[in-house]
Design a protein around this ligand. Structure first.
Ligand code: PGA
Length: 252
């Protein structure tokens, strides 16, 4: 594990009704009550943000929204503002998840607006980046990561970076059961840290947490977390079950 405090985040995607989400949140909360050396976040669907926040309110879990608008209010049908996320009890948001990019056509420019909007209103933000299989096979992984990182972080200040986490999520590893090998993940994370040093400075690059996402499971979390530049995990499928998410949180 690197020098930074580990972060394990669960992205529930479009899963869980109120009852299901409350049970899951209560179970995870019980597993986390004594944790001090690692951070835990969950990202439920917006419809149950408030209920989940209520369930975990006395514990260490930070709750966030899976996407966020840059304005506080207004004519933005279908969007959720950072102020609304905070009003519901949320303190974080994702930006640029590959499903937003691939299925809903979100661009780096749009993602950058979301990221800056969330930061402006005081949310911790996780910027997700990652290459597709075709891009990896074309030898374009690093070019894509650099482009998504530079465009995504455009106009973000060094001071703001204290509230930013980068998630490296190779698209080909998300929900497919195919995890990047620990070497592939470490190589990408080290590259990302190098670009952060170019954009900001060494200290910022050293302090920024870079978490890995893409089929993280109880069986592979330990070896991923042992890599020098892997500071945590953004977990989809395995975060929907308290037992498996609990094992991931308690990585060794
Ligand atoms: P997965 O999803 O763990 O189900 O691959 C990760 C993510 O999309 O954040």
């Amino acid at each position: 594990m690197g020098k930074r405090k580990a972060l394990i985040a669960g992205n529930w995607k479009m899963h869980n009704t109120v009852i299901e989400g409350c049970h899951l949140a209560a179970d995870i909360s019980r597993l986390c009550s004594d944790l001090t050396d690692r951070d835990v976040m969950v990202f439920p669907p917006a419809t149950i943000l408030s209920e989940v926040c209520h369930i975990v309110k006395d514990g260490p879990i930070v709750v966030g929204c899976q996407n966020v608008c840059w304005e506080d209010r207004g004519a933005f049908t279908g969007e959720i503002s950072p102020v609304m996320v905070k009003d519901a009890g949320g303190r974080a948001a994702l930006a640029g998840h590959s499903e937003r990019r691939q299925i809903f056509g979100e661009t780096d420019a749009l993602i950058n607006k979301r990221l800056k909007g969330g930061l402006f209103f005081g949310l911790q933000m996780i910027l997700c980046i990652g290459e597709t299989l075709a891009e990896r096979e074309d030898g374009r992984t690093f070019a894509i990561l650099e482009e998504q990182l530079r465009k995504g972080l455009d106009g973000v200040s060094a001071a703001d970076m204290a509230q930013v986490v980068i998630a490296y999520e190779p698209v080909w590893a998300i929900g497919t059961g195919k995890t990047a090998s620990k070497e592939q993940a470490q190589e990408a994370h080290a590259f990302i840290r190098g670009i952060l040093e170019q954009i900001f400075e060494k200290n910022i690059a050293e302090q920024t947490r870079i978490v890995y996402g893409g089929s993280v499971k109880p069986t592979n979390v330990d070896e991923l977390m042992a890599q020098a530049d892997i500071d945590g995990a953004l977990v989809g499928g395995a975060a929907l079950d308290a037992k498996s998410f609990g094992r991931i949180i308690n990585f060794k």
